[in-house]
Design a protein around this ligand. Structure first.
Ligand code: NAD
Ligand code: 2YH
Length: 271
């Protein structure tokens, strides 16, 4: 699992605001309204505690602060506990928190102490970045085509979303075992009822995609041959899988931000 770094989060606040505007242009909904519509929930003045966690590789500079920015940017009441770990959990509960955000090296979760709903960052991130593409108007309603690159813990819930919307999905993953598993529609962590709806991406077939989803930890994963002028790339992957040169050459619109969009999706999942 790739860990965020303080550098990844350096421009996070600007990126969140810019992406909110872009998502609104693309879908007609702000990120806040989009997440409310995905989960059919609304915020109700919940108090959100962010607990820094020292386990594993330890506290990541700007992580808790970026979560607090996200919470406050979307009009919610949040605070970072002074204590870390279990002492931070005790502080959060005794301070009247309704929802807890906390992450170690393996998982980042939102937990609603009142309703006991829990959300996982990778699932909620994959879902919201896929929903952004699904909610864009498609010129030809029949042509619901998407290319998905990266079939891991973020890419898999995205596949489920595209299947729910009736997309025909082309997929690629550098791990051929995972690729075959997903295309075969069987095996561990494969979306149910996907048989026949997901095909291997063939770079030699000349297919161009208006909509591309990418969730890998690698750079330059989006090949030139899949791009068309004005393609939209929705990508939680860090770093960005599309080079600056190709982005400019094809006027690609990119939805990408390192933490806040996925966090907002987690919060609406537990409201
Ligand atoms: P993962 O390890 O579960 O999955 C990554 C997948 O990408 C794997 O299946 C791997 O085989 C594949 N892959 C690696 N290199 C590739 C390449 N060059 N071409 C094609 N496929 C390749 O990871 P994950 O948890 O799904 O996370 C994916 C990315 O999303 C990471 O960069 C992670 O940091 C990022 N992430 C971002 C956010 C956010 O809010 N922006 C949230 C969660 C995760
Ligand atoms: O970055 C991570 C992991 N990759 C899980 C998140 C999935 N996108 N964890 C952050 C660890 C934060 C640290 N423990 C802190 O500062 O509290």
């Amino acid at each position: 699992m790739a860990l965020l770094t303080p550098d990844d989060l350096q421009n996070m606040t600007d990126a969140l605001v810019e992406n909110d505007n872009l998502v609104c242009t693309l879908t007609g909904l702000s990120l806040d309204r989009l997440c409310a519509d995905i989960y059919k929930t609304e915020k109700k003045n919940e108090k959100i505690a962010i607990i820094p966690v020292t386990a594993g590789c330890g506290i990541i500079g700007r992580f808790s602060e970026s979560l607090l920015f996200t919470v406050q940017h979307f009009g919610m009441d949040g605070f970072i506990t002074k204590n870390t770990d279990i002492a931070g959990f005790y502080e959060a509960v005794t301070s009247g928190a309704d929802i807890i955000l906390m992450a170690d090296d393996l998982a980042f979760v939102a937990y609603n102490l009142k309703s006991q709903k829990i959300a996982h960052n990778q699932i909620c991130t994959g879902r919201v970045y896929a929903e952004i593409l699904c909610r864009m108007p498609t010129p030809d309603a029949a042509a619901k085509e998407v290319l998905v690159i990266g079939l891991g813990k973020v890419g898999t819930p995205a596949l489920e979303t595209f299947l729910d919307y009736g997309y025909s999905i082309s997929v690629f993953d550098a791990d051929s075992r995972r690729l075959n598993e997903v295309v075969g529609g069987s095996g561990y962590r494969c979306p149910p009822n996907s048989s026949g709806k997901i095909k291997k991406y063939d770079p030699n077939a000349g297919c161009k995609f208006d909509k591309i989803f990418e969730a890998t930890p690698a750079a330059d994963t989006v090949p030139e041959c899949c791009l068309t002028n004005g393609s939209v790339l929705s990508t939680p992957g860090i770093p960005c899988g599309l080079s600056k040169t190709l982005q400019e050459k094809y006027n690609v619109k990119i939805v990408q931000e390192p933490l806040g969009i996925g966090t907002l999706s987690m919060l609406y999942a537990v409201f």
